[in-house]
Design a protein around this ligand. Structure first.
Ligand code: ADP
Ligand code: ADP
Length: 228
């Protein structure tokens, strides 16, 4: 089944003299269970595309559909992980409270919220840090918590905007493997944006290559993994 449909998406910032085309004629779909990577140079329009998909901005033209419904506002069953983990966690809440926080808007009991948070922290390899505060953790661990917080919501689609760009290389390898494992185990549908070609090929079932600004698709490649 198709999870995400992007049809004829165009986005311009400003108008008249100062008009700037950030995204041009993007059309693609992401199937349920796929880990699709979008790769393109800095400034080509990747974040703009993600903002359109997540309903944070309304595209100038075209449409975005999430399991068939047009995106209009921020969809409840979509979660986003950003590059800048240091600004994404609440410093006054414990790790567990951070992961539970977005679950308040779901019809879940206190016990169910707690259970989901504990489980998501296990998925990302951080059991037992629930009572710590974000500032007591390393950068890589904070990004794991951000990922746990997104996964705890069990989103239909997980969007990731350069999620590993701010961590050291060793941590990045660990987090990439973790993401792969989580995706295979839970059948999550993930759209990940990166400027790193190696990362996109390593992680993706599929790699969409964007041109330099304004973003348009220049290649859509299936990634065939060699048999183990
Ligand atoms: P990327 O995520 O690939 O680095 P962005 O989507 O952030 O690219 O930016 C694409 C282009 O749009 C860039 O040229 C950038 O300067 C411009 N841009 C991004 N956000 C805005 C904005 N709010 N207003 C005007 N121009 C913007
Ligand atoms: P092994 O020899 O154990 O099969 P590699 O030496 O290929 O593994 O890689 C070691 C680690 O580096 C792996 O755990 C993997 O996460 C990471 N890695 C390998 N290739 C890439 C790549 N192109 N991009 C990102 N991470 C990679």
């Amino acid at each position: 089944a198709t999870m995400l449909e992007v049809n004829g998406l165009n986005h311009r910032y400003g108008s008249g003299e100062s008009e700037h085309v950030a995204v041009r004629d993007l059309t693609f779909t992401v199937e349920t269970g796929q880990l699709a990577c979008i790769v393109g140079p800095s400034g080509c329009g990747k974040s703009t595309l993600l903002r359109c998909i997540s309903g944070l901005i309304r595209p100038s033209d075209g449409e975005v559909r999430l399991h068939g419904d047009e995106v209009d506002g921020v969809p409840e069953d979509l979660a986003v992980v950003f590059q800048d983990y240091s600004r994404s966690l609440f410093p006054w809440l414990s790790v567990r409270q951070n992961v539970e926080f977005p679950l308040r808007w779901k019809k879940l009991s206190r016990a169910e919220r707690r259970e989901r948070a504990v489980e998501a922290l296990e998925w990302v390899g951080l059991p037992g840090v629930g009572n710590k505060y974000p500032w007591q953790l390393s950068g890589g661990m904070q990004q794991r918590v951000s990922i746990a917080r997104a996964l705890a919501r069990r989103p239909a689609l997980l969007l990731m905007d350069e999620p590993f760009a701010s961590v050291d290389a060793q941590t990045r390898f660990e987090l990439e493997d973790l993401l792969r494992t989580v995706q295979v185990k839970h059948g999550s549908t993930i759209l990940l944006v990166t400027h790193d070609i190696d990362e996109s090929v390593y992680l993706g079932d599929r790699v969409l290559v964007l041109s330099k600004s304004p973003a348009s698709i220049v290649a859509d490649l299936p990634v065939e993994l060699p048999a183990e």
